[in-house]
Design a protein around this ligand. Structure first.
Ligand SMILES: N[C@@H](CCC(=O)N[C@@H](CS)C(=O)NCC(=O)O)C(=O)O
Length: 216
């Protein structure tokens, strides 16, 4: 199978897909998309009409949305499953990931920030406060979810990394970058450290991408 991943070094949704492919041992070609000056017109025209990254081209077929891509990778590749065996843990791992993908990430993205600035004249301080507010609310939820596990596991809901862990690491990278104080979320941070110690996660980090500029 020929895979081309359109992404960028700092692309948290893309990092989920990179990590999934690394865990499954799926080889892919990395095609950097620069977002400086907006999403390139040819990318929007030819690859993703929503002007978002990542997109994965699978044997010539374009598929967008990181969650659809992670599920595709899980269903298509051999290698360690990205889901726990236990059905409840499986649902919880998905829910953990969805707190990030459906509640946190959509309200802090660059397109939203641009709209706040251009249509509602919200200054940088206001936009930063918004960004940190929704991240803090999301991480408080994630910390509470981890705290109430009856049987704490090495990763979010399993002894191996699963979908929830894949979504967590890039979101923490964004939060640290935004200067969010992470000391209120010790279980979340512990999980992040454990994941980042694994080569499959490390290889997917922004600083290890070919288009990394040196800027965090
Ligand atoms: N729900 C989408 C989100 C993708 C997304 O928001 N990507 C961001 C980068 S992490 C992006 O391309 N932003 C460009 C923009 O907002 O202009 C997914 O999971 O793939």
């Amino acid at each position: 199978m020929e895979l081309k991943l359109y992404s960028r070094y700092r692309n948290s949704a893309g990092q989920r897909v990179r990590t999934a492919l690394n865990i499954k041992g799926g080889a892919y070609e990395y095609i950097p998309v620069s977002l400086d000056g907006g999403t390139p017109d040819d990318y929007v025209r030819d690859i993703n009409p929503q002007a978002l990254i990542p997109s994965l081209v699978i044997d010539g077929e374009i598929v967008t949305q990181s969650t659809a891509l992670v599920e595709f990778i899980e269903e298509t590749f051999d290698g360690p499953s990205l889901l726990p065996d236990d059905p409840i843990a499986r649902a919880r791992s998905r829910a953990f990931g969805q707190v990030i993908a459906c509640e946190m990430h959509p309200v802090i993205g660059p397109k939203l920030q641009r709209h706040m600035a251009s249509v509602y004249n919200i200054d940088e301080a206001g936009r930063k406060a918004w960004y940190k507010h929704w991240l803090a609310e999301g991480f408080a939820t994630l910390e509470a979810l981890l705290r109430r596990r009856e049987k704490p596991t090495a990763f979010c809901y399993d002894e191996k990394p699963t979908i929830g862990d894949l979504y967590l690491v890039p979101q923490i990278y964004n939060a640290v970058r935004a200067g969010l104080n992470m000391s209120d979320y010790p279980l979340v941070c512990e999980l992040d450290e454990r994941c980042r110690a694994l080569p499959e996660f490390d290889k997917a980090m922004p600083q290890n991408q070919p288009d990394y500029t040196g800027e965090i």
